[in-house]
Design a protein around this ligand. Structure first.
Ligand SMILES: [Zn+2]
Length: 287
């Protein structure tokens, strides 16, 4: 059967601010010894209060404008609750139903054809700590570096408008170039300042319905994104041709194997119990 590939990208970009999102710690933590850029706020100590980094808000609005988005004049932060060792407070301050920017587009060119890919939203949140998993002959353990915790992180969610791995690659190249040009992010993928998760599904050509989507993570170069999506396209096509169902799941790209492997099932949506962040006032942007 002839299938159409449907791809949507979620990009996380660290913002080039001097301090972190909600405290005065330096956000320039690359190359710093572990756990040296920390304070009670980004360590998630009880009783501390976050303060919004104005420059991070400005950078997010600039990005929204560069991506042809509307800027929400009323915006707020929300708590996204989930327990994980890299999340110091047990919740992440993010934006849920009132993100800073919505409804834009990015112009890309593939094989001489111009195309507009929709941007669903651009919102602001805080990065998590970094975990390093170690495996020795006698034990396995994980190390936590809190330097990254609280670094301003912008999430750019794209519409499922991309139709090939090459379109996805062009989208990322263009998006990174824009962020670098307006000076809001280094866009360095190897250092993790610019990260991409991809949703990919296949559907019979002509169908309007979306197939079960697979989320692919762990890609830290444009080439890895391209290869992972090509692999996924082929894997899903083979399953569909064999009359099998594609399970909705998260898969990780393994560079050495050149393939994606199942990480967790997504049959049940996460319940993040979002609610408005009570320690921060809503934001009003002057038009
Ligand atoms: Zn701090």
């Amino acid at each position: 059967m002839d299938y159409e590939t449907v791809i949507g990208l979620e990009v996380h970009a660290q913002l080039l601010t001097r301090s972190k999102m909600f405290c005065a710690c330096s956000a320039e933590y690359q190359n710093a010894p572990p756990n040296t850029h920390v304070c009670p706020v980004c360590l998630g100590m009880p009783g501390v209060l976050p303060v919004i980094n104005q420059r991070a808000v400005e950078y997010t609005v600039m990005t929204g404008l560069a991506l042809n988005c509307s800027v929400n004049l009323h915006s707020k932060f929300d708590r996204k609750n989930y327990p994980y060792p890299d999340l110091m407070k047990g919740y992440q301050i993010s934006q849920y139903d009132q993100p800073l920017c919505v409804g834009g587009w990015l112009q890309i060119e593939v094989d001489g054809h111009e195309k507009r890919a929709g941007i669903t939203r651009v919102h602001l949140e805080e990065d998590t700590a970094k975990l390093t998993h170690r495996l020795t002959q006698v034990e396995t353990y994980s190390l936590v570096d809190v330097n990254r915790s609280g670094v301003p992180l912008m999430e750019i969610v794209g519409e499922p408008d991309l139709r090939s791995p090459e379109e996805a690659r062009q989208y990322l190249i263009k998006l990174r170039r824009i962020l670098q040009y307006i000076g809001v992010s280094t866009g360095n993928m190897e250092e993790g300042s610019f990260r991409c998760d991809a949703n990919i599904s296949l559907r019979p050509r002509g169908s309007q319905e979306l197939g079960a989507k697979v989320e692919v993570k762990n890609m830290n170069s444009f080439r890895a994104v391209f290869r992972a999506l090509e692999f996924e396209e082929q894997r899903q096509r083979q399953l569909l041709d064999a009359g099998q169902r594609i399970p909705q799941e998260t898969r990780g790209w393994v560079e050495e194997l050149g393939e994606t492997v199942s990480q967790r099932s997504k049959e049940f949506a996460h319940d993040y119990r979002y609610f408005p962040e009570p320690d921060l006032t809503p934001m009003e942007c002057a038009p």
